[in-house]
Design a protein around this ligand. Sequence first.
Ligand code: UGA
Length: 429
Amino acid sequence: MKLTIIGTGYVGLVTGTCFAEVGHQVVCVDNDPAKIELLQNGGIPIYEPGLEDLVRKNVSAGRLSFSSSTGDGVEKSDVIFIAVPTPPQADGSVDLSFIEKVARDIAGAMTSYKIVVDKSTVPVKTGDKVTETIKRYCKAKVEFDVVSNPEFLREGFAVEDLMHPDRVVIGVRSQRPVPAMREVYDPFMAPIIITDINSAELIKHASNSFLALKISYINAISVICEAAGANVQEVANGMGMDERIGRRFLDASLGFGGSCFPKDLSAFIKIAEQIGYDFRLLKEVQRINSEQMDRFFKKIVETLWVLKDKRIGVLGLAFKQNTDDVRMSPAIELCHRLQKEGAHLRVHDPKAMEKAKSLLQDVTYVEDMNDVADGCDALVIATEWDEFKKLDLELARKRLTHPILFDGRNLFDAQEMERLGFIYKSIGR
Ligand code: UGA
């Protein structure tokens, strides 16, 4: 198939690359000429495991190319995917102006039948608006179909999620685009479900909100565990063995972040409000999430008492492991809170230090995780990077002025940490 992806962010770039990997002919378009130039010269604007090699391989095979012209992309392909950002607005709703602009640009460039697929996360009924917009701005008056095809990839595991999806959701108004959409996705050998457009759009918001709810649920349980002297990991393991519940997304933490869950929750609450439903359940999910951060911060203050002029080492800046993305990162929020109280920070992240620099200033960025503890009053784990489990704990204990470790991601075994001589405070244990 000849495919065009408009928007080369996390979703667009990984989707386009994986489409090329299974044999499609793909053009990735972005209106940022610097980004396109970087990609054309073999560079990658984001860190995502496995992506760089895959891009290189498919560019040299002639299946993947980059362009800054939407018109060029529309002309070359039969199916055009929209994968542009839908950023949050102050009132919780999302800004759909990028989607609207791309719909107009596509409409202006269409000279024959096209399938226009929305992959960006959008409020229900956006498909209708895209259809109206294309109709209005398409001078050639050619036929087209709008399809909703939400993406479920996780950052840090994006290539794996895309190559092996649990399901592919295709929302359509008529059957006409279905065979082409099947042809796009058949190589991925995943179950394909065909729905109406509104349902497809809702599947995305409902799924993300449910996953956020799952995390807030286990975080609420972690509070009870602490008060009752139980261990949240054992509770999660026991719950997770019930197949109806499942163990994934039951890791208690200092809260979820990133560019998806916080934004999608607010958007879904707003959409529900507009439709006339007060989604109090999801408001509670948000409240539990922000309280989880408050509680973790309080633990630090209660242990260290005055933070002014204390040196604190922070491991992790990305919003989760395997990514350099720091948008809405709980780790960055924690750093800001510590700084506000006058603490001096030594920080490290395996991949996110460069991107963190614009959000987090007046800290010491440390290249080696084992040097972070140097002269610090305490160490904090803020992101669940696997490599932090390999921290040289003996060395850290020696380098800390006091052997105190706050673990916001439950990476270590509490008994082992005590045996090593640490005052160790984690979540729900
Ligand atoms: C999320 C969804 O998982 C994807 O399915 C979806 O496609 C994506 O949003 C999106 O809408 O684009 P992502 O935000 O990349 O993916 O990352 P997650 O792995 O879901 O993690 C989100 C946050 O939850 C992170 O801060 C992570 O540390 C936290 N988390 C996750 C927990 O605190 N506990 C858990 O058990 C799992």
